[in-house]
Design a protein around this ligand. Structure first.
Ligand code: HEC
Ligand code: HEC
Ligand code: HEC
Length: 123
């Protein structure tokens, strides 16, 4: 009996993690400000049933190149202050979705393999 209960409990826990994972990966959810602004799938995907990632041109059509973003003081992971503009770095203007993920958690591209890591919240 104890064994069965233990097995059921483990299965419930496993199912919980699997759905949580699936949700994070689930394409097709519009989140945050885009949801508030009432965007629909086709605003980005330009097709009735989205099947492929859209071109970043769609971002630029609505947002421009974001070149008017001002530099800000951020901190690196060691706590040192650094001033930079996430929309205009030493590599110039980068592909928007390198940082802004539309169906999963955004992340600063520089933190995923570059020389320096920063404490920056990406919307
Ligand atoms: C604000 C723009 C935007 C909206 C709105 C949007 N998507 Fe996406 N979608 C993307 C981007 C960008 C990607 C590429 C992955 C990423 O950056 O998150 C993507 C990826 C996908 C993919 C995976 C394609 C692949 O091959 O990787 C599917 C499926 C998808 N979206 C479906 C949808 C559906 C369904 C909706 C509406 C409920 C929707 N999307 C709304 C921007 C958007
Ligand atoms: C149809 C127009 C439209 C398209 C296409 C679009 N956006 Fe947006 N986006 C908006 C609006 C409207 C807002 C909310 C007001 C604002 O912040 O400008 C917004 C907000 C945002 C924000 C701020 C989110 C927040 O929570 O503060 C980011 C980041 C963003 N968009 C990135 C993107 C990226 C990347 C793409 C391309 C994959 C994209 N957008 C495509 C209209 C659009
Ligand atoms: C290197 C990573 C990175 C790239 C690439 C990037 N962004 Fe951002 N973006 C950020 C960060 C970080 C913020 C938050 C800035 C802050 O601290 O206020 C932000 C904020 C935003 C916002 C909301 C705040 C605002 O200034 O209105 C929008 C909209 C946005 N980005 C759109 C874009 C678009 C469109 C592109 C492509 C042309 C792009 N971003 C490329 C990192 C990036």
């Amino acid at each position: 009996m104890k064994k069965i209960i233990l097995m059921i409990v483990s299965l419930i826990i496993l199912a919980f993690f699997l759905t949580a994972y699936a949700e994070d990966k689930q394409a097709g959810k519009i989140t945050g400000k885009h949801k508030e602004a009432g965007l629909s799938c086709s605003d980005c995907h330009k097709e009735k049933t989205p099947s492929a990632r859209p071109s970043q041109k769609v971002c630029r059509d609505c947002h421009g190149d974001m070149t008017d973003t001002k530099s800000k003081v951020y901190k690196d992971i060691a706590g040192h202050e650094v001033t930079f503009n996430p929309h205009y770095t030493h590599t110039g203007s980068m592909r928007c979705t390198l940082c802004h993920k539309m169906h999963s958690t955004s992340e600063l591209y520089c933190n995923t393999g570059c020389h320096h890591k920063f404490q920056v919240k990406v919307p």
